[in-house]
Design a protein around this ligand. Structure first.
Ligand code: 5GP
Length: 194
């Protein structure tokens, strides 16, 4: 998605060879029109599928899952990272290891909102090591739902996430794929034809 690549070039802060900060427009302050356009793009990519739910993980996937849900006219669910007292009902859950925080946490969603009749699109902001998305893929499997695919806003293609998902037979579409980066420089993989 050219518009997204341009914004990454203009405003992305490359903190190291592996960490990209996009706080000014994607995951701290959010450009709402861009978020909606991202949702429409996911809607176009997955238009041929009868998706019933969009699934993401709190917090930074939420605005894109909502935008995709609006485009596809379906609800979205966000998995919670901490078990809230209000989540008293039965849950599906999976462990996720965070490499940035060096801790493993349990993500969960209520069994009320996902089941064998659902066709699910998973959406997230970044695909890096793939740990978060593999956790969500496992939850979809546990629920007996059908996984249509995964849509990521930014993929760091030099990390192992895409490979891990593809090994599991998951269809992955990322709107900006970074082949390599270093402070002041970013190189994209040629955009996927959609
Ligand atoms: P994973 O390593 O599980 O694929 O990524 C987990 C989460 O870490 C992503 O959803 C994203 O929120 C965060 N993350 C990973 N790499 C980056 C990065 O380069 N920049 C930012 N801002 N977040 C990242």
């Amino acid at each position: 998605m050219k518009l997204l690549e341009e914004r990454i070039r203009q405003e992305g802060l490359i903190l190291s060879d592996t960490v990209l900060k996009v706080d000014s427009f994607l995951n701290h302050q959010v450009d709402t029109q861009l978020a909606l356009e991202i949702g429409r793009e996911f809607g176009r990519i997955f238009a041929g599928e009868t998706i019933t739910k969009v699934l993401t993980i709190e917090a930074s996937g939420i605005q894109f899952a909502m935008a995709a849900g609006i485009a596809l006219n379906v609800p979205f669910i966000y998995a919670k990272k901490k078990k809230a007292v209000t989540l008293a009902e039965q849950v599906y859950s999976a462990p996720v290891h965070s490499f940035t925080r060096q801790e493993t946490y349990q993500v969960s969603i209520s069994q009320k909102y996902l089941g064998p009749n659902d066709k699910v699109l998973i959406v997230d902001d970044f695909l890096a090591t793939g740990a978060a998305l593999v956790g969500l893929v496992d939850i979809v499997k546990e629920a007996g739902a059908e996984l249509v695919g995964v849509g990521c806003v930014i993929e760091k293609s030099f990390q192992e996430g895409r490979g891990l998902l593809e090994q599991r037979g998951v269809r992955v579409h990322s709107l900006a794929r970074i082949a390599s980066m270093s402070p002041g420089e970013v190189h994209f993989v040629e955009e996927e034809s959609t």
